[in-house]
Design a protein around this ligand. Structure first.
Ligand SMILES: [Zn+2]
Ligand SMILES: [Zn+2]
Length: 176
């Protein structure tokens, strides 16, 4: 058969759902999984939701393109799946959690080191942190995680040292 790779052997099962199909097809990219699942169900919830379903797919695709750009800029390659060892690659991929990468060979390096969760003003601005289009600092008071003061320079930027102070006019503070 000329297009053998389009065919999946499902003979082990009487019925398959979208998750089984994703598994059998070997779709490991989390965004591709989401898009696949969305496309599978597109419009089934009623015509009203058709546009919404396609918008979700477009949003996911846009994020994937963004991730490819991030990976190209940081690692010089598009694919987040890279089964080479750090020695073979010539650099240590920080996206792999050292010593706990127990995934299948095709899924190596998909274990992301948990990002340090930070609510400082700088991270809110840089990462667009917020809820419903409102930045996080509009929704809650941003405090230094060490001393709990809003005027501490560390509340403004986690790279600043904590001064343990709530004095106005501190260099690097969000409140000048
Ligand atoms: Zn931060
Ligand atoms: Zn502080």
């Amino acid at each position: 058969m000329s297009h053998e790779h389009y065919f999946i052997d499902v003979s082990a099962y009487d019925r398959v759902d979208v998750y089984r199909l994703i598994e059998l097809a070997g779709i490991t990219c989390p965004v591709a999984q989401h898009v696949f699942k969305k496309a599978f169900a597109t419009g089934k919830r009623g015509h009203k939701d058709l546009r919404r379903d396609w918008q979700d797919i477009a949003d996911s695709a846009a994020r994937r393109l963004q991730m490819i750009s991030e990976d190209e800029a940081t690692f010089g390659q598009q694919n987040t799946i890279d089964c080479r060892t750090p020695e073979e690659k010539g650099f240590n991929d920080p996206r792999t959690v050292e010593g706990v990468d127990v995934s299948f060979p095709t899924e190596k390096h998909m274990n992301f080191a948990p990002a340090e969760k930070c609510d400082c003003h700088r991270c809110i601005a840089e990462q667009g942190l917020g809820v419903g289009g409102l930045p996080l600092n509009m929704l809650k008071m941003i405090l230094c995680p060490v001393c709990g003061n809003k005027r501490c320079p560390k509340a403004n930027d986690h790279r600043n040292d904590c001064t343990g102070s709530n004095e106005p006019g501190q260099p690097g503070s969000a409140y000048q």
